[in-house]
Design a protein around this ligand. Structure first.
Ligand code: FAD
Ligand code: DHB
Length: 391
């Protein structure tokens, strides 16, 4: 098999890259280690920056998102017995779109398969070769057990944090920066109407909690827990008690409860691999960087890399101009580091540090009071949250 761009991974990065290339007449093949059912059921991010929603429209796949997605003009921050609203729209002129990542994945997979374009699901033993040469190769065993090799011009390394593409870059060429946090998120998907029209980020003396949603019938909730926490210790009754305590900070307001459909624990990490290109391999999305989820930046940052990469590949194929490919990393990194900074900042401002003392907590509450009480503070949060402009 031969193609122009071999794409490893059918997450948001790989699917969006394939779609943007397709619209420019550039061929690609996607190789995905999981099944279609698995990637379509995997619950992850929920907030799209305004421009990611617009890009989804531009690539022709925004119809269901516009019907079912929820446009939010603001969010709330709860702390010290009160809740304050950040008017995202009023402060920036922009809104965010609440639409589950797996819905985005479903829309892109369906469109690609309807167009008769290839996604090799359940590929085993995926490996990449000759990335420093002119025609890199991808090898894998397909779902029927047959060995396959794809020769391509370029490889899109869109295989997430635990993929094989980043480790294929020689260790002495990798430039990596990372940070781990002394907490994790326990997330639950609940069959209950959201208890508020907007997201609520809550900084409580028991720890952080977040109220989000997926639809008028589905609530998504998160609790700060310890990174070595065992899900077995969190029966539904304990989860509800803790969510009610952390989110109910003003008056009579109560969280709507309902059956817990899914629960899981996500570790928190900041990670940047500044080597986003090696030879003909280009990393995009979580394969190159991870943010803690507090700023809702993970999927948005993946889309930002892909926008740059798709543009660079288009220039190369249309006019032979490789300046965009050569400048890929330099163009992506400033935005990545701003999202890393914002996610780190939101995380440390809102979570309870197990090593912190009374002084640290009071400084934290003063910062939240300032950010939510000053227009300059709120604007800084809002412009990062809705998505910084592209240079
Ligand atoms: P991924 O979505 O990870 O996609 C990579 C794809 O590559 C996957 O389909 C994987 O199966 C496939 N793959 C991996 N290895 C191979 C291989 N060897 N061969 C072939 N295919 C391979 N962000 C938020 O903003 N908010 C959240 O609440 C949030 N929750 C998250 C929860 C979890 C558990 C995780 C892991 C991430 C979460 N994120 C969240 C981050 C966000 O979901 C990611 O930033 C986003 O998925 C990045 O997209 P991606 O396509 O780059 O990577
Ligand atoms: C969601 C996840 C986030 O990380 C966040 O900051 C806001 C919302 C969500 O899953 O809905």
């Amino acid at each position: 098999m031969r193609t122009q761009v071999g794409i490893i991974g059918a997450g948001p990065s790989g699917l969006l890259l394939a779609r943007m290339l397709q619209l420019q007449g550039i061929e690609s093949i996607i190789i995905e280690s999981r099944s279609r059912a698995y990637i379509e059921a995997r619950i992850r991010a929920g907030v799209m920056e305004h421009w990611v929603a617009e890009l989804t429209d531009e690539v022709g796949l925004g119809a269901r998102m516009r019907r079912e997605g929820l446009v939010h003009d603001g969010l709330e921050i709860s702390f010290a017995g009160q809740r304050r609203r950040i008017d995202l729209k009023g402060l920036t002129g922009k809104s965010i779109m609440v639409y589950g990542q797996q819905e985005f994945v479903k829309d892109f997979v369906a469109a690609r398969l309807d167009d008769g374009l290839p996604i090799h699901f359940e590929a085993a033993g995926v490996s990449i070769h000759n990335i420093e040469g002119d025609s890199p190769r991808i090898r894998f065993t397909d779902k029927d057990g047959a060995p396959r090799e794809i020769e391509c011009d370029f490889i899109g390394g869109c295989d997430g944090f635990h993929g094989i593409c980043r480790p294929a870059i020689p260790a002495d060429k990798l430039s990596i920066f990372e940070k781990t946090y002394p907490y994790a998120w326990l997330g639950v998907m609940v069959e209950a109407p959201p208890s508020s029209d907007e997201l609520i980020y809550s900084s409580h003396d028991n720890g952080f909690a977040l109220h989000s949603m997926r639809s008028p019938e589905l609530t998504r909730l998160y609790l700060q827990v310890s990174p070595d926490e065992d899900l077995e210790n969190w029966r539904d009754e304990r989860i509800w008690a803790e969510l009610q305590t952390r989110l109910t900070q003003d008056g009579d307001w109560r969280l709507n409860e309902g059956p817990v459909l899914q629960k899981g624990i996500t570790p928190m990490r900041s990670f940047v691999c500044e080597t986003m290109r090696h030879g003909r391999l280009f990393l995009a999305g979580d394969s190159a960087h991870i943010v803690p989820p507090t700023g809702a930046k993970g999927m948005n940052l993946a889309a930002a890399d892909v926008k740059v990469l798709a543009g660079a590949l288009t220039d190369f194929y249309k006019s032979g101009d490789s300046a965009g490919l050569d400048g890929y990393t330099a163009q992506c990194l400033p935005r990545i580091w701003k999202a890393e900074r914002f996610s780190w900042w939101m995380t440390q401002m809102l979570h309870l540090s197990p090593d912190g003392d009374g002084f640290d907590r009071r400084v934290q509450l003063a910062e939240i009071d300032y950010i939510t009480g000053s227009e300059a503070g709120a604007r800084s949060l809002a412009e990062n949250y809705v998505g910084l402009p592209f240079d």
